[in-house]
Write a protein that binds this ligand. Structure first.
Ligand code: M6R
Length: 603
């Protein structure tokens, strides 16, 4: 959580950092700040609580001078949402400024040591120990690079940080478990260090993916009007620091992916993009999918591991693996995976699924698997992310950057990849691919204006509800879970999903006159789900049906053509739209729901 961006170049830094911050805000938006190095070699700092645009209106972030700077948007962990706790944090003598994503687990001990050395602290954050520790080590005679390395060696916990040194203008970035990527302008004309590529995608597509332990040192040479960058491993001996070779790679993402274009919000843009993204996800390298299929067949035990929306995609697909290939896949929430440790053997295959590739619960699960020498396959949207760096094989979703905190296009892209894998396992790869290709037209209609208009009527009707219940059977039970998550994440209306057969075992007590109940129906579950729907109807519930044909008991119906095994990919789309419309009609920010962040890098 938290977004980081640093700039070192020839242009005024503050407008570039401001734009970058806006694109990183999905990572956290409690407070934000920028520090630049001005012409007099002084640090100029502005930070405050709230979203970047609002802070700019109050403080005018663009009048910060200088061509080097670092900036941060925060998702609070240690210390409340206050101006003092906002980043950047500056050392006691204002020599070192730091931005940080992650948690310094041992900050209390480090702080006590620094206090005993005469350092004072302004904030309640764990971060503030970092600039002061660097300063502490420099006072003891270490060079800047050595002091940063020594400081990083003493931190416990996951982090990504960027350091700005006032006297030299050197910028140092480092990561350990949290994301950080380097952006390289033409001929090193400008260098970026950021949490995510979209932060600088308008200026360069050339990137260097940083690995855990990497420390990139960006030095400024003002006379020669140039800058250089070198990468070391901060964990190695300070005397024996050797430069690490890291390739510069070009990303295929386009800037338009990270921009709103004609849309009001990223959420609706990304929902609409599913017309293409499902197709792109399905267009995988066949050899790769067949290799993974072989690994699945040869494995003794296969686990699908994920969190949140990605977990729902896994759960949905586990029904498909069972149905098409008579194959049992254990689907486990990443945060619960350690409980399965005793079942992990070197022959076990773990398929870790994550849009961001940075979810700490998923990375922890992979660590557990690796400890037991299991093979790990990752299914990820963000190329170069931590998960891709630890997995033995990776399938990319190719959905382009997902900016809205709500996962939508990456959910259906994950379903498309897992569907392809299930068909491949059943020896029916071509059929699976053909079916996925056929979805294009249906997705186009489901995201079209007239469908959105119809769903708007439903949003208007249910906007003031306190509770919504969602029912499904089989893979559509997973769809119900995902629908409930989408609704509550952004409308803040309590939405709860049940496997329809479970209704009578308790939840039915909640149904009263006009209780809203969304029901996902497919041809094969129609009969059974109909009786569950009637149980709701006869207690006065208001039934919203989603499926191939209207049932008599439905009060509101959204047609989604029957697509057999691919129903889950399609049936979620009307609810994604509903969630978006509820957010808009209720005056919530659809892209930045309260308390949430896009990648969850804390436990
Ligand atoms: O990046 P990941 O797929 O690992 O993220 C997992 C969850 O944090 C994520 O799906 C979350 O539930 C979203 N907010 C859902 O919209």
């Amino acid at each position: 959580m938290c977004g980081i961006i640093a700039y070192s170049g020839e242009q005024k830094a503050s407008p570039i950092l401001f734009e970058g911050l806006k694109r990183l805000e999905y990572r956290g938006y409690d407070s934000a700040g920028i520090v630049t190095l001005d012409q007099n070699s002084e640090l100029e700092l502005k930070k405050d609580i709230g979203k970047v645009r609002d802070i700019h209106e109050r403080l005018n972030l663009l009048d910060l001078e200088g061509t080097i700077g670092i900036a941060h948007t925060r998702w609070a962990t240690h210390g409340g949402v206050t101006q003092r706790n906002a980043h950047p944090h500056v050392s006691n003598s204002a020599e070192i400024a730091v931005i940080h994503n992650g948690i310094v687990e041992n900050y209390k001990e480090l702080k006590a040591m620094l206090v005993s050395e005469g350092f004072h602290f302004e904030s309640e954050t764990d971060t503030e120990v970092i600039p002061n520790l660097i300063e502490h080590w420099m006072k003891k005679g270490l060079s800047l690079v050595e002091a940063v390395a020594r400081t990083l060696q003493s931190l416990e916990g996951n982090f990504a940080i960027v350091v700005l040194h006032r006297a030299s203008g050197t910028v140092i970035g480092s990561k350990n478990g949290s994301p950080l990527v380097l952006g390289i302008g033409k001929a090193n004309s400008e260098i970026f260090i950021a949490s995510d590529i979209p932060a600088f995608l308008d200026r360069t597509k050339d990137v260097v993916y940083l690995y855990d332990g990497d420390m990139v040192v960006v030095e400024n040479h003002p006379k020669e009007k140039k800058r250089t960058w070198r990468i070391f491993d901060f964990r190695s001996d300070l005397e024996a620091q050797e430069e690490l070779p890291r390739p510069v790679q070009s990303v295929s993402w386009d800037l338009e992916h990270a921009q709103l274009g004609e849309f009001d919000h990223f959420l609706v843009k990304e929902i609409t993009e599913q017309v293409d993204t499902i197709q792109k996800a399905a267009a995988q390298d066949r050899e790769l999918i067949e290799n993974i299929t072989r690994e699945i067949k040869n494995a003794k035990g296969v686990f699908l591991v994920a969190s949140g929306t990605s977990f729902h995609a896994c759960l949905s697909s586990s029904y498909l693996f069972a149905k098409l290939a008579s194959f049992h896949i254990n689907t486990v929430l990443a945060s619960e995976f350690s409980a399965y440790e005793n079942f992990l053997k070197p022959e076990t295959l773990v398929i870790a699924v994550s849009q961001s590739g940075e979810t700490i619960d998923v990375l922890d699960a992979v660590k557990t698997a690796k400890k037991k020498n299991c093979q790990v396959v990752s299914i990820v949207n963000v190329m170069g992310s931590s998960l891709t760096q630890v997995a033995d094989m990776t399938v990319l979703l190719n959905a382009g950057p997902e900016v809205s905190v709500l996962s939508t296009k990456t959910y259906t892209a994950t379903l498309a990849v897992l569907t392809l894998l299930a068909y491949s396992l059943a020896g029916r790869y071509d059929e699976g691919l053909r079916k996925l290709k056929f979805l294009w037209n249906i997705v186009y209609n489901l995201t079209a204006q007239n469908t959105r208009k119809k769903i708007q009527q439903l949003a208007d009707k249910i906007r003031n509800e306190e509770h919504i219940f969602v029912l499904g059977r089989g893979p559509l039970y997973a769809t119900a879970l995902e629908a409930a998550l989408k609704i509550k994440e952004v409308s803040y209306i309590h939405a709860e999903a049940f496997a329809a057969g479970e209704l009578k075992h308790g939840p039915i007590a909640m149904i009263k006159q006009n209780t809203i109940c969304i029901v996902f129906v497919s041809t094969d579950t129609e009969k059974t789900i109909l009786s569950n729907a009637m149980e709701v109807k006869s207690r006065g519930g208001y039934l919203v049906g989603i499926g191939p044909k209207p049932l008599e008991s439905f009060d509101f119906f959204m047609k989604v053509p029957e697509s057999d095994d691919l129903n889950p990919i399609l049936q979620i789309i009307p609810i994604q739209i509903l969630a978006y419309q509820l957010a808009v009609v209720l005056g919530h920010d659809p892209d930045k729901p309260r308390n949430l962040a896009k990648s969850v890098t804390v436990r």
